[in-house]
Write a protein that binds this ligand. Structure first.
Ligand SMILES: [Zn+2]
Length: 440
């Protein structure tokens, strides 16, 4: 059957082809199956999310849009990206939430097509709240994968030969006393060799074992390290005349001082003036940083960047920097460990905070909320939070999904209302947002 996509910020489905009684609102880019039509109207079915109905022909198009789902994974990051040129996952949170949401989202597609393919899976850095939730996703027989991209940093146990000096591996120190992490990997074969040493941190090892098993089962092509030396995520390069998602790799930025691949180590700013390398600052600071572009719109995924890492990127890119975007995921869940000059450079219309409750760190922090809000564009800057969007009510827990949709010219951000008032289920904002009382 033919299908179309909603092309209004909210496309309205009506009970009859007369525009009188609305029965469902779907966001820009939502897939709709056409089952009947007349001159002005199409009768459509949804992919199992809410009732179908009649939609104006002028409200839909035949070309797919960009969809970004910032999934509420609790304390962590996890995003699903769908584009005309492929699907991408960026991180998967700490637990089963991400996989559970993927089963919910792709349930109808799996029923229709058997499997769902993800061209790129990006693990921003080797911390539990980013990689661990992907282990279940990799084990799911209904999902297939192209390439797993990672920053090349491993996690060892401290009481092992590899982790004795630093739990990320060996460090070398140059004549000036600057230390570098030299022990990184790229290929699956290199990872497999490390698994066999028995020194890898157990959850990190389980993740890579799931990658290797998916490959053995023919559901995954390969894995490799990604860095600024790559320019673009393969498959997401620009091509003239095509409406496609472009994924630029801004970080990690390995050192330029020699041909060998090595990362500068970062210290904890709280330990200044000590320059002793911090394991968490080094692995967070070398997060894979992606700038996505689709038509007129841009999106920044900055992993868990921290103060020294943001300063490292600022000095690498200089004045002609690529950080300014329309929508930014706030770095490190809204930690206080940010450089204000970096925040000023990103200067988006929209920020998305991805964080959870019940942790000893209260992300997002008050100063991050204030500073990031202050340097977000316009009189009505948009700050979304997976944690705020998640709420408990008498009818249960509503998960805090944040949606970004673009057709290349119109950008809409939305979250689902916590209580549904008939068909009107979305809080949506066209970007740039001019305030509620302006006719959008
Ligand atoms: Zn994190």
């Amino acid at each position: 059957m033919p299908h179309v996509y909603g092309n209004k910020p909210e496309t309205i489905l009506y009970k009859s082809p007369n525009g009188k009684k609305s029965i469902n609102h779907v966001l820009l880019g939502t897939w709709l199956e056409v089952i009947d039509s007349n001159d002005e109207w199409l009768e459509v079915k949804t992919a199992g999310r809410g009732p179908g109905g009649w939609v104006r022909r002028s409200d839909v198009v035949e070309t797919p849009a960009l969809k970004i789902f910032f999934v509420d994974v609790g304390q962590g990051d996890g995003a699903i990206i769908e584009s005309p040129n492929g699907r991408m996952l960026i991180d998967g949170g700490p637990s089963k939430n991400f996989h559970a949401f993927m089963r919910h989202l792709y349930g109808p597609t799996i029923k229709r097509e058997g499997t769902v393919h993800f061209d790129a899976v990006v693990v921003s850095h080797p911390d539990m709240d980013h990689f661990n939730g992907l282990t279940n996703v990799l084990k799911d027989q209904n999902f297939t994968f192209g390439t797993i991209y990672h920053n090349g940093i491993l996690r060892y146990y401290k009481n092992t030969p590899e982790g004795a000096e630093f739990d990320l591996g060996n460090i070398t120190v140059d004549d000036q006393g600057q230390s570098y992490l030299t022990d990184t990997v790229s290929t699956l074969k290199q990872v497999e060799d490390r698994i066999n040493t028995g020194s890898l941190m157990s959850q990190f090892k389980h993740f890579w074992v799931a990658v290797l098993q998916a490959k053995q089962q023919g559901r995954l092509r390969t894995a490799r390290r990604l860095s600024s030396r790559d320019d673009y995520v393969p498959g997401f390069e620009p091509r003239s005349g095509q409406s496609r998602l472009v994924a630029k790799v801004l970080g990690p930025v390995p050192t330029k001082t020699s041909g060998a691949f090595r990362y500068i180590t970062f210290a904890d700013p709280h330990s200044y003036p000590s320059k002793s390398p911090s394991s968490s600052h080094t692995r967070n600071g070398h997060s894979v940083v992606l700038r996505l572009e689709f038509g007129a719109h841009s999106f920044l995924f900055g992993g868990d960047l921290n103060i020294p890492a943001q300063q490292h990127l600022i000095s690498h890119y200089g004045s002609n920097h690529p950080f300014q975007v329309d929508v930014a995921k706030a770095c490190h869940h809204g930690s206080s460990d940010f450089d204000i000059n970096y925040i000023k450079k990103v200067n988006p219309h929209v920020n998305v905070f991805s964080s959870g409750d019940n942790k000893s760190f209260d992300h997002p922090m008050a100063d991050a909320l204030g500073a990031i809000g202050k340097y977000t564009k316009g009189d009505f800057p948009l700050l979304f939070s997976t944690e705020i969007a998640r709420a408990n009510s008498s009818s249960g827990t509503h998960y805090g999904l944040i949606n970004a949709r673009s057709n290349g010219t119109v950008l809409v951000m939305a979250q689902m209302k916590e209580q549904h008032n008939r068909a009107d289920i979305w809080d949506s904002y066209t970007v740039p947002w001019k305030g509620y009382f302006v006719d959008h």
